[in-house]
Design a protein around this ligand. Structure first.
Ligand code: ADP
Ligand code: MG
Length: 195
């Protein structure tokens, strides 16, 4: 770490299928080409990609460290670490804001990717707060599964959706907003997000 002058926070936000993980992987690859020390962090709750890797829907993968809380991240930073990449930020809860702020203050480049919106179209913490304090925000859209327009939202199909209209505790629980059991998700534009 240096005196903090080179530190910055870069946020990659959007709905599911927007290419957030692909963009995170691209930035990590560029940092590795530049011979920067890179730490990639995922959350243990992200059962889709499995422990020890972050993975995109298109099959890109990176080895990663899996943690159960934001507070574990600083302990993984080593002497040569210059860039910290965190995927699926919505799993980490509001504590992630202070943790990545401290890392950026200490001179690290921190790239954080995550869902900025729940399946019922609400802001998904902590992405809004992270976006507010970042040097750079990349807001990506997916492709609407119905009409092909830009999709800033995703919806949950099947599963337990019918019993919980409007998203109650589901929307608040970090895991429930993203990792499905039997349910699945589709990217939707503004017009097609409701039905
Ligand atoms: P995110 O991390 O934002 O969920 P990923 O980086 O994992 O997104 O995956 C993006 C990839 O998902 C795209 O490059 C494309 O191959 C695939 N994909 C599947 N469905 C869609 C969709 N509806 N819109 C955009 N990309 C999609
Ligand atoms: Mg992703």
């Amino acid at each position: 770490m240096d005196d903090g002058g080179g530190g910055r926070l870069e946020v990659i936000a959007g709905p599911m299928f927007a290419g957030k993980t692909e963009e995170l992987v691209r930035r990590v690859h560029r940092a590795r080409i530049a011979r920067r020390g890179v730490l990639v962090v995922g959350h243990a709750l992200d059962t889709r990609s499995g422990p020890g890797r972050v993975a995109s829907h298109s099959g890109l993968e990176l080895p990663s460290r899996s943690v159960r809380s934001a507070q574990e991240v600083p302990g993984l930073v080593e002497a040569g670490t210059e860039l910290v990449a965190v995927d699926e930020a919505q799993f980490f809860g509001p504590e992630l804001v202070d943790v990545v702020t401290a890392l950026a203050d200490a001179g690290l480049v921190v790239v954080v990717a995550g869902l900025s919106v729940t399946f019922d179209g609400r802001p998904f913490a902590p992405l809004p707060a992270l976006m507010a304090v970042a040097e750079s925000v990349t807001k990506l859209t997916a492709v609407c599964a119905v009409c092909g327009r830009d999709a800033a939202f995703h919806v949950r199909l099947g599963g337990v959706r019918a019993g919980r209209p409007g998203g109650d505790a589901d929307a608040l629980a970090p895991a429930a907003g993203h990792v499905g059991g039997t349910e699945s998700y589709e990217a939707r534009c503004r017009r097609h997000r409701a039905g």
